[in-house]
Design a protein around this ligand. Structure first.
Ligand SMILES: [Zn+2]
Length: 141
């Protein structure tokens, strides 16, 4: 039996814009020119005012854990060696909520409100994934 291959990621439209910026190690969101709301994930219409003028902005990459879950069973055979891993919903400082894996932190050490920062995982030459890692107390000061 051959080793399982990674599920394909084939971003299109606004999602492709997001993944292209990740390859440049930039985490982006949108800001609506009409109502100023921060928007994520990227889309073509503002979910607050239905305006169609959304400007791309770069996020600092810092935020806090809104919620999390520890995965004890892989969602796909390719990820079996990674369990347990932690998925986090992060409230970025700019006011949008982002979903990603948490790295450099055992599942038991995660807590709501924990400060985290974005890291860019170049898993393949053409694919970079967003991760988060804890910001230590020393790094914050
Ligand atoms: Zn708007």
């Amino acid at each position: 039996m051959s080793a399982p291959t990674r599920p394909p990621i084939t971003p299109r439209g606004e999602e492709k814009v997001f993944f292209d910026r990740l390859r440049e190690h930039k985490l982006v969101f949108q800001r609506c020119a009409g109502c100023s709301h921060a928007v994520f994930p990227l889309r073509t219409v503002c979910p607050h005012c239905f305006g169609e003028s959304l400007d791309l902005e770069r996020a600092a990459g810092t935020g806090t854990v809104y919620s999390f879950t520890a995965q004890a069973r892989a969602s796909h055979p390719f990820f079996a060696a990674d369990v347990p891993y932690t998925l986090v919903l992060v409230d970025l400082d700019e006011g949008v909520r982002v979903f990603a894996n948490l790295v450099d932190c055992p599942p038991d050490d995660v807590s709501v409100g924990m400060p985290v920062e974005a890291v860019f995982d170049d898993v393949e030459p053409e694919l970079t994934l967003l991760r988060f890692r804890p910001v230590s107390i020393e790094e914050q000061s």
